[in-house]
Every structure is written in C-alpha cells, then in structure tokens.
Design a protein around this ligand. Structure first.
Ligand code: GDP
Ligand code: MG
Length: 182
C-alpha cells in the first residue's frame, strides 16, 4: 500500500517574449526542442508527474500564448499559482532587466499572502549560445545571483532548453520549493 501523499502544483512561467519559456516547458515535459519560433502552443498548460520526497506531485505548468508581447496576462493566468519560474536570456540585457517587472506584476496580480517567502525560481536560459555566433552572453552568473540575493534570496539556475542543460533541475527545484512551503 502506498503511503505517498499527492498534490497538484500550479507553476507559471514568466518572462519576455523569446527568452525560451515555451522551449523550457517543451524540453522538460516532452524532451523536445524546436528551432521554429512558435508564439503559442494552443494549450493553457502541460502536466508532468514527479516525486518529491514522500509526495507525488502533479506539476501543472502554465505557459503564455505569446500575450506577454503586447498586454498583461489575464488574472486567471496568475490565480492560484503555487510557484513561479521567471526566465531571462543570458544573451539579452533587456530580458534580464524585465525580471523586476515580471516579479512585481506577479506580486500585484496574485497577491500571495507572504510575498517574501513565495517560491520564485529565476532561470537564465540559452547558455549554449557560443560567443560571437548568434549573440554573446551579457549577463554573468555573478550578476544574476547578486540580483536574486537582493530580492530575498531567490533560487537561480542557468539552463539551456536547446541542449537540455539544468532544465529538469530547475523545474524540480520549483516543485520542491513549493512542496516545502505548503
Ligand atoms: P518564448 O517566447 O519565451 O516562449 O520563447 P520560445 O521558447 O518560443 O523560444 C524563442 C526562440 O529561442 C526560439 O527560436 C527557440 O528555438 C530559441 N531558444 C529557446 N531556448 C533556447 C536555448 O536554450 N538555446 C538556444 N540557442 N535557443 C533557444
Ligand atoms: Mg512562448
């Protein structure tokens, strides 16, 4: 007989258009990466089941359908979120500067009861991009970590959705963080 607990966690992925939100989700859930730019996947969320300690967690991962480019996301996107993944592109200073806005927007829209303790994981994506090729890295790991520290110690991961580097680790950290703060 299983003594495992079960829980459902709503994870929302925030960040500027093009940073790789959909790619991270698709790599994590389906082990697929596409070079094609797809603004929308046509679904509100995808699910994946994982085990964290003695808890079976169904991660319900919400991705935007590209609305982040022109308008704020609807309140239903934010409602009931248990954890947030805030994504930037390590090769884009602008996307890193936007993190502040995304975090603020989330705190305003979802108004969690304890904003300082709310599980937010920051992800720097596209670390596979080689210097001098498509672009080059402008946000160092040190710079990102120091921003995370200044916001009360947010967790930070550097990933590549393309090469599948650290993607599982980032999502599992989000899940663990949320389970432990329940
Ligand atoms: P979104 O708008 O944040 O959902 O971004 P997408 O997931 O649609 O990705 C935008 C573009 O960046 C697409 O052309 C992807 O193929 C590309 N991309 C996403 N993740 C990576 C990555 O880790 N490395 C590289 N080199 N390209 C990526
Ligand atoms: Mg997308």
């Amino acid at each position: 007989m299983s003594t495992k607990k079960r829980t459902l966690l709503k994870v929302i992925i925030l960040g500027d258009s093009g940073v790789g939100k959909t790619s991270l989700m698709s790599q994590y859930v389906n082990n697929k990466f596409s070079k094609q730019y797809k603004a929308t996947i046509g679904a509100d969320f995808m699910t994946k089941e994982i085990t964290v300690d003695d808890t079976v967690v169904t991660l319900q991962i919400w991705d935007t359908a590209g609305q982040e480019r022109f308008q704020s996301l609807g309140v239903s996107f934010y409602r009931g979120a248990d954890c947030v993944m805030c994504v930037y592109d390590v090769n884009s200073a602008k996307s890193f500067e936007s993190l502040e806005n995304w975090r603020n927007e989330f705190l305003v829209q979802a108004s969690p009861s304890d904003p300082d303790k709310f599980p937010i994981v920051v992800v720097g994506n596209k670390i596979d991009v080689e210097e001098g090729k498509e672009s080059k890295r402008v946000i160092s790991e040190k710079k990102a970590k120091s921003w995370c520290t200044s916001k009360g110690g947010l967790m930070h991961f550097e990933c590549s959705a393309k090469e599948d580097i650290n993607v599982t680790a980032a999502f599992e950290a989000v899940a663990r963080f949320a389970v432990e703060s329940e």
